[in-house]
Design a protein around this ligand. Sequence first.
Ligand code: NAD
Length: 257
Amino acid sequence: MTLSGKTAIITGSNSGIGLGVAWELAKAGADVVLNSFSDTDEDHALAKQIADETDTQSRYIQADMSKGDQCRALIEKAGACDILVNNAGIQHVSGIDEFPTEKWDAIIAINMTSAFHTTAAALPMMRKAGWGRVINIASAHGLTASPYKSAYVAAKHGVVGLTKVTALETAQEPITANAICPGYVMTPLVEAQIPDTMEKYGMDRETAIKEVMLTRQPSKEFATTEQMGGTAIFLCSDAAQQITGTTISVDGGWTAL
Ligand code: NAD
């Protein structure tokens, strides 16, 4: 399948899952827009590397997803948006009674409200183009809960709800909206947690991964960013035209438990 001629905007994509999804969409031919709140030479170099290696018009646009006007400006600056991947996200772990209000507000803004603003700005472009895909990167925590992650779990459940409403409002148009719900995905941030976990529990790498980090993931394997990208590409395919308003778990069986 080719996504040649399509513009894909991936929020929060200078690392981790967003970057992995961007690479896969660009390899399939899409012109991708990388984004984060920073505006460094490395950010632009990353987009240039993708553009050069995939022969696409890929670029980097800075915008802070905690600010509604900047979310909308990202879409406007891109000038087109056939595929919108709402991926930007942060985490904070603390009991509800001690959860800092500013962390709650930031998580709700970046992980959930940004998707409202980008979707609102992108839908008119998709309607004009006569085709569109909204792909929200939610989480297993959009379907289940864990203690000490109140804001994250609330935001991810909210993203799943927003996905359903987006799907219903576009149901009779050639636009779909779905949420990918990853379990634990191997990203640089996750990789960085492995040595600490090994030290804290006095375990070797494999035992620390299987028995501590992946306790809730029955496959006992991390999902990969390439698999997230592959799932996004499937959602862009003709085969997925009637798949809308749903969640696709890529979680090694987490939500089957
Ligand atoms: P990550 O930290 O590598 O990526 C997060 C991205 O969001 C980064 O590019 C960061 O620059 C960007 N970002 C943060 N604040 C931003 C802001 N204010 N404006 C713009 N961009 C901002 O983490 P990740 O693991 O790749 O997470 C990506 C998404 O996947 C998140 O929504 C996360 O909740 C979700 N997710 C991750 C996992 C996992 O195991 N890694 C599992 C389920 C869901």
